[in-house]
Design a binder for this molecule. Structure first.
Ligand code: OAD
Length: 254
């Protein structure tokens, strides 16, 4: 990666009318949130089908809850990194930018708060739900989760105050559909964007991995920021190899 490539990408962003930004776990890696498929990734030590599927929850809800409570504790101690902050500051200056994330950690929203992103900016689209939300599997009521889970709760299962059915984390598991209106808004944003900036995703999980192709299919271009090549790299006009916490401030800074 050279300064020239960053400068070329900056010029493209300057000239763009609409930008969509698709982010994945690499975006939060420098905040201390583990990725899924990296060397220390969550899927190196755990099998997704034992923890992140409706079947896993039916089979052993305590095990699934223990894992999500562990992740909540871990993420609650993390803060947005310089990449999140640069992206939020960019959106404050370019409110027509849409962020679509596969991350459930809420760090984009926290960065928006820190950077004073106002109501003119469209909210971050969370394709895979949110870690700090609970949802009743009976009546589907959504509630806020406690940010600092009580370890004593590990032996218990949380229940809905309204109907008494089991609560589950408000995330999307493998084998489940994405929230429809969120996905539709994301596809629309990708189709109408001149540039899709793809940050820190292995681009292996659908339908998120196809969003950048909606941009190129409509005549737009891809800029990729990632430590390593991905299936999208060969379709990108510019690929910036390096950590997003360092590259995004250079790319998106004023
Ligand atoms: P992955 O763990 O599959 O990929 C992370 C990507 O980030 C890799 O391509 C890394 O090279 C890159 N990366 C790591 N650190 C980086 C850094 N500091 N700067 C830039 N790039 C970096 O994570 P996702 O692609 O987000 O879904 O995974 C997609 C989905 O798979 C997740 O949302 C989750 C998972 O299973 C569900 O749980 C439904």
């Amino acid at each position: 990666m050279t300064t020239q490539e960053v400068q070329a990408a900056r010029r493209m962003l300057d000239a763009a009318r609409r930008v969509v930004v698709v982010t994945g776990a690499g975006m939060s890696a420098e905040s201390g949130v583990p990725t899924f498929r990296g060397e220390d990734g969550l899927w190196r030590n755990h099998r997704p089908e034992e923890l992140a599927t409706p079947g896993a929850f039916q089979h052993d809800p305590k095990l699934v809850w223990q894992w999500y409570r562990w992740r909540r504790g871990l993420v609650a101690a993390c803060e947005p990194n310089a990449g999140h902050r640069a992206l939020s500051a960019f959106r404050a200056r370019h409110p027509e930018t849409t962020v679509v994330t596969q991350n459930v950690d809420g760090l984009h929203q926290e960065a928006d708060r820190l950077e004073g992103v106002g109501p003119a900016v469209s909210p971050v689209l969370e394709l895979h739900g949110r870690l700090f939300g609970d949802r009743c599997q009976g009546c589907h009521r959504r509630t806020e989760a406690n940010r600092t889970p009580d370890p004593d709760l590990d032996a218990t299962l949380p229940r809905c105050d309204d109907c008494g059915d089991l609560l589950r984390p408000d995330v999307v598991w493998f084998g489940e559909g994405l929230p429809r209106s969120v996905l539709e808004t994301a596809v629309d944003a990708a189709r109408t964007a001149d540039i899709c900036l793809v940050v820190g995703t292995s681009a292996r999980v659908q339908p998120a991995a196809s969003l950048p192709l909606a941009t190129t299919g409509a005549g737009g271009t891809i800029i990729e920021v990632n430590l390593s090549p991905t299936p999208l790299s060969r379709r990108a006009r510019v690929t910036l190899r390096g950590p997003s916490g360092e590259l995004l401030p250079e790319l998106l800074g004023p």
